[in-house]
Design a protein around this ligand. Structure first.
Ligand SMILES: *Cc1c(COP(=O)(O)O)cnc(C)c1O
Length: 431
């Protein structure tokens, strides 16, 4: 299998090459050259999620150095539960928050880490440095996934005043091969430093820089796998293909659903829930693609004004009309998010995180049955928002509690690349 750029100007790459590069060299995003087709019967008679994920991902690694290891990669990466829980009114909940940092990003980050570890241990490769800028959930998931992996070290940059207290703990509770940098600036400053680092070819080769951000193909494949598996499971239980309601920000999670549908998995409709950042819903309404500066909302991991994965959706659907036939998108404001969370225990017997609440609202607005609500994070990650609304404490899942008890360490830096380099040269050895 080869991967091509959405912009069509770079040469096709194998899986390992596309994964290591992150972005194609024409600035586009990697997509599969062709989508494989599957014998769905094999998924119907299926075993555990890691087994089915391996079945799903294997064709994408065909011909790659990692092909023979896909089973082991999936078993180790997805070592936590993935429940599809039936709620009321022919509605199920896909709980993507049982990984170590309690959000769906654990799937992609852990799969990527298993792949990188194997690539890095290939002949003679020295230490790879994974550099990430984060506004919250991504950095924690990547740090957790790469912690103590041989041959790899991680540098996470976050804005010193831009993350919640619990998010900050997830970013700073590491040691050994993970270094956290609190940057005296905004998320944009963090991203600028990372971009400057990747533009410096001497630095890239000296530090073997690589990215782990959400446009990486290695993060998308596991996200497509859980839609494939959940759709087959729902259909087996209820005899009908479900629709999925997905909280969407940068659109990486949702692209997984579109890819699974294109590959023939039983997905009836896709509803994209946005927060007050309206670029995607506005495009559905009026065909105008107008990226804009991000707005701050209660669902902060979806505060994206220019969702980069839309480029993959445009590539998948050159004709907008065919997409509109079975997809829709709506914006949900903060006041509604609050109402949905406050009513959650009574209406659904659930405590929602602010991101999941956007999807719950769209589900409540439709009157057709057979929907899967995609729960992207555990409410305990956003306790400062959720607890006052429901009037009680949210129980912290044990994996999360463990992280919250670890000692923290962080290096404070000014928003300049030279300072980051000086700090990286000084410490943070890989094992
Ligand atoms: C990252 C994130 C999202 C948005 O996912 P995208 O892939 O950026 O669309 C939604 N909810 C939570 C909890 C997240 O961490």
């Amino acid at each position: 299998m080869r991967f091509v750029s959405t912009r069509g100007e770079s040469s096709p790459a194998g899986f390992t090459e596309a994964l290591s590069a992150g972005l194609a060299d024409d600035g586009g995003l990697y997509v599969p050259e062709r989508f494989p087709s599957y014998d769905l019967e094999r998924f119907r008679t299926a075993g555990s999620f890691p087994e089915m994920a391996a079945l799903f991902i294997e064709p994408f690694l065909r011909g790659d150095a990692l092909e023979s290891q896909v089973g082991e990669i999936c078993t180790r990466a997805f070592d936590f539960p993935l429940p599809l829980t039936d709620l009321k009114d022919r509605t199920a909940l896909l709980e993507l928050f049982h990984g170590p940092t309690a959000a769906f990003k654990d799937f992609g980050a852990r799969f990527l880490a298993e792949c990188y570890e194997r690539i890095a241990s290939g002949a003679d490769r020295g230490t790879t440095t994974v550099l990430v800028a984060t506004s919250g959930d991504t950095g924690g998931a990547v740090a957790a996934a790469f912690h103590r992996r041989p041959g790899v070290r991680v540098a996470v940059l976050y804005p010193v005043d831009g993350v919640s207290p619990r998010q900050e703990r997830h970013l700073t509770c590491w040691d050994d091969n993970v270094q956290s940098f609190a940057v005296g600036g905004s998320f944009d400053d963090c991203q600028r430093i990372v971009k400057q680092a990747f533009a410096d070819s001497e630095l890239c080769s000296r530090m073997r820089l690589t990215s782990a951000n959400s446009i990486n193909i290695g993060r998308l494949l596991p996200q497509a796998a859980y839609y494939a598996v959940a759709s087959v499971l729902y259909e087996r239980r209820h005899g009908i293909a479900p629709g999925f309601v997905i909280p969407a920000g940068n659109m990486g999670n949702a692209i997984g659903a579109f890819w699974a549908r294109r590959m023939g998995f039983p997905i009836r409709r896709i509803l994209l829930a946005a927060n007050a950042n309206r670029a995607v819903p506005d495009w559905f309404d009026n065909a105008e693609w107008r990226p804009r500066p991000p707005l701050t909302t209660l669902a902060n991991a979806m505060d994206v004004g220019n969702p980069s994965n839309m480029e993959r959706l445009f590539h998948l659907y050159p004709e907008r009309e065919s997409l509109l036939a079975d997809t829709a998108s709506r914006s949900v404001d903060d006041a509604t998010i609050r109402q949905v969370i406050a009513a959650g225990p009574e209406s659904w017997g659930q405590v929602w995180c602010p991101h999941t609440a956007t999807a719950v609202h769209l589900r409540e607005q439709t009157n057709t049955p057979d929907w899967v609500i995609v729960a992207t994070a555990h409410a305990a990650k956003f306790e400062t928002i959720v607890e006052p609304l429901i009037g009680r404490e949210v129980e912290v899942p044990s994996a999360l509690a463990e992280l919250l008890e670890r000692p923290t360490q962080v290096t404070r830096i000014e928003p300049r690349l030279e300072e980051l380099i000086r700090q990286l040269d000084r410490g943070g050895q890989a094992l």
